[in-house]
Write a protein that binds this ligand. Structure first.
Ligand code: ADP
Ligand code: MG
Length: 442
């Protein structure tokens, strides 16, 4: 019966909860209508009673088929008692203020050119805490900062169970401080963050912009931890220099170690991320649908995930496979087909913006190099990316058929000879238009 009770409890809890709180938990005695448990730590005993009392009761009722009383005794192991006498009670347990999301692990992180550096440094930090200090991760909203910093946390919990790891958002850090001030416990707050942490993972530090009191507190916390060789990881939506209204001394601390930026993923990486997300959600989506979502939501992966979840849910509820058209409709985005019939004025308009020239110049006879350039790229894109016929391109640009044909051929030659400038110009133009299409229709 002892094993059954333990197994049954274990099966109802996630692994980390089990490892954190039930490590020394055991059955001590089983009576007719009661069970006595024991646990090796007073603090944990109280915690288990408070948080898991109902679950233990329920489990016993299931197993014994009737209501059972239970109690949890505190039974320190002899040797432990001696060696840990004046240590804090939960010293050897990981500390998490905000629980980690189990999905945000290194295994579930898709690596591509946009996040390679941030990923590699995060792995190094997780493997050698204290060596690259601090690690400052930054990048736009929804590009994977929280994912990486939590992945470091997961890695450490798994591989360095003795390290005291704290993950928290800067908002939480601020609230904890405010709370401690109210309760006259600032000393305890300082003690906790400066002396009882081996790895501090601090998310969204931009939240502290303009809040100078907490910045001072963070500065001292930082110094204590840093000087003691403890690892610090800080995330922010902008690079340290752009943290306006931040104390200079703090900004320069942030730059002392490794500063790693996460960029917007390229289309292929984004597609892979979409794929992984669908897999993690336990769903299935067609490849062309994944590609559609990947092109439209690459600038914020949280929205990408939201879009995928929406499609998966629709599929499950309606029992109908979401095809490209349906997906575009559900997400109110233009599908690839509609993108091709982008009104021609928009192409000219985009050329003006990207090349910094005017419509009159493009359609006129001017021979300024940049204008010639814009015209050439415009004709090429109109034909090759938007599928206009040579005649349509000629009309659009007010040029003769042979001129257009000759121009496009020239661009093609430049491209096939590996001309980077031309390629970049085309990419830029396409990106400008794709962004506009998705922004307009979302
Ligand atoms: P940030 O903290 O930078 O705002 P998050 O870390 O919360 O962004 O990421 C947003 C979402 O995108 C999360 O669901 C996260 O798991 C996912 N995500 C971000 N980058 C990747 C990646 N490279 N591979 C897989 N999922 C990712
Ligand atoms: Mg985040």
């Amino acid at each position: 019966m002892r094993e059954k009770i333990i197994e049954s409890l274990k099966s109802k809890l996630n692994r980390r909860v089990w490892e954190s709180w039930f490590g020394t938990f055991d059955v001590k005695e089983i009576g007719a209508d009661y069970v006595v448990f024991q646990v090796g730590n007073l603090f944990i005993r109280d915690w288990l009673e408070k948080k898991y009392g109902a679950l233990i009761s329920k489990t016993l009722r299931e197993l014994f088929g009737k209501q059972m009383n239970f109690q949890i005794d505190y039974a320190p192991a002899q040797s432990q008692e001696e060696s840990e006498q004046d240590e804090p009670l939960v010293k050897k347990r990981p500390l998490v203020l905000t629980p980690l999301n189990p999905i945000l692990t290194f295994e579930n992180f898709v690596v591509g050119p946009s996040n390679m550096f941030a990923y590699s440094t995060s792995i190094e930090v997780a493997k050698n805490p204290g060596k690259y200090n601090p690690l400052f991760l930054h990048g736009g909203v929804g590009l994977g900062k929280t994912h990486l910093v939590q992945a470091i946390g997961h890695y450490l919990f798994k591989n360095e169970p003795d390290l005291r790891v704290i993950y928290l958002t800067s908002e939480r850090f601020l609230n904890e401080l405010v709370d401690s001030i109210k309760k006259n416990k600032v000393q305890e707050f300082r003690e906790r963050f400066r002396n009882k942490v081996d790895v501090l993972l601090l998310d969204d530090v931009q939240f502290l912009i303009g809040k100078s009191g907490i910045q001072t507190e963070l500065f001292h916390t930082f110094n204590e931890l840093y000087n003691a060789g403890k690892q610090i990881v800080v995330c922010s939506d902008r690079d340290p220099q752009q943290l306006e209204k931040f104390q200079d001394r703090l900004v320069s601390r942030f730059q002392m170690g490794v500063v790693a930026k996460i960029d917007k993923p390229d289309e292929e990486t984004c597609f892979k991320i979409a794929n992984r997300m669908v897999q993690l959600e336990g769903g299935r989506l067609q490849e062309d649908v994944l590609r559609l979502v990947a092109t439209h939501f690459s600038d914020n992966l949280r929205r990408l995930r939201g879009a995928l979840v929406k499609l998966i849910m629709y599929q499950q509820i309606s029992n109908e496979t979401v095809d490209l058209q349906k997906a575009a409709e559900l997400l109110s985005v233009a599908s690839f087909e509609t993108k091709k019939v982008l009104p021609e004025e928009k192409l000219i308009d985009a050329l003006c913006k990207v090349f910094g020239v005017t419509q009159q110049e493009i359609l006129g006879k001017g021979r300024k190099q940049i204008v010639i350039n814009a015209r050439q790229i415009g004709m090429f894109v109109a034909k090759n990316h938007f599928g206009l016929s040579l005649r349509q391109v000629a009309e659009l640009f007010g040029r003769s058929h042979p001129t257009v044909s000759h121009t496009i051929q020239k661009v093609e030659e430049l491209l096939s000879s590996g001309n980077i400038v031309v390629k970049n110009q085309i990419d830029q133009l396409m990106k400008y238009m794709t962004d506009r299409v998705s922004n307009q229709s979302i």
